[in-house]
Design a protein around this ligand. Sequence first.
Ligand code: PHE
Length: 339
Amino acid sequence: MQQEAIQEITQAPTLEALQQVKTKYVGKSGLVTKELGALGKLPPEERRARGAEINAVRQAIDAALQEREGILKRAALDEKLASEAIDVTLPGLPLPAGGLHPITRVYDDLIGIYQRMGYEVVEGPEVEGEHHNFEALNIPWYHPARDLQDTFWLEDGRLLRTHTSNMQIRYMVEHDPPLKMVSRGKVYRYEATDATHESMFHQLEGLVVGEGISMADLKGTIAEMARGLYGPTAQVRFQPSYYPFVEPGADFAVYWNNPRGESKWLELGGCGMVHPNVFRAVDDLREAAGRDRIYEGMTGFAFGLGPERIAMLKYKIPDIRYFYANDPRVIGQFRGELG
Ligand code: PHE
């Protein structure tokens, strides 16, 4: 029985099988246990020798069980370690990288162009006074832009600027001519949204003031911008238009080859020669702040344009609302690209 038991033990393939062998021989009603129980029926003179014999068998079986259990447990652990092993040499999971928003990219392009022409880049407040947003820009109370419906008003009488032209005023109050500046930032209009209209969007404002600045300088500047955006063959077109703070005023468009190979006029923004009333309003503000009246008699031009237009065409984004909806299907396309 000892030989049989030890053979079964050394051949038990798993811990469960070993447990069965253990029960078979040394369990409560196992074969060895039964032999021990039968001792009592033996005549007393045989009991001692028989008892010693059975105990020796039992010890041998116990020792074999323990050894086999050790072997099987180690094997099970090795298997577990092997199956749960982590390969630290595998490449890691990439972290989702951010990227520059399409509007930021267009701004970077535009500002790069103007910085190369020596413009200073400034930013200004989105919450603005009525005077800086309208009055000082020669926008009289009866102008449609003053319609309460078009402007987000704050309870204290201030407003969310409807254009970046407020920065013309702020910059001239602070700086003396000659000057060249561009100003980027958000603007707000209280209007119904659709594929080409948002209540918040962006503008780039430009202002150049000095002696003898002419419409030719304005046209050359816009043409230089168009070439910077769309290459050396880009053309510009000016159409008369009305903005109270410029005279003459114009809208400008760029002729460009779109991604489908078609040539199209792209309306980009408004521009014109700074209206004398604007210089006068600036001098009034300067005087009130204890500074010299210096702008009367100056000449200059201003322009304003919306980067959303450029970005929609450049990146084929069909709806302006996609820019600000934080939909990863739109924004994710620009992930990881930084230029
Ligand atoms: N501020 C004008 C607008 O928002 C654009 C503009 C700027 C026009 C400067 C002329 C000169 O529509």
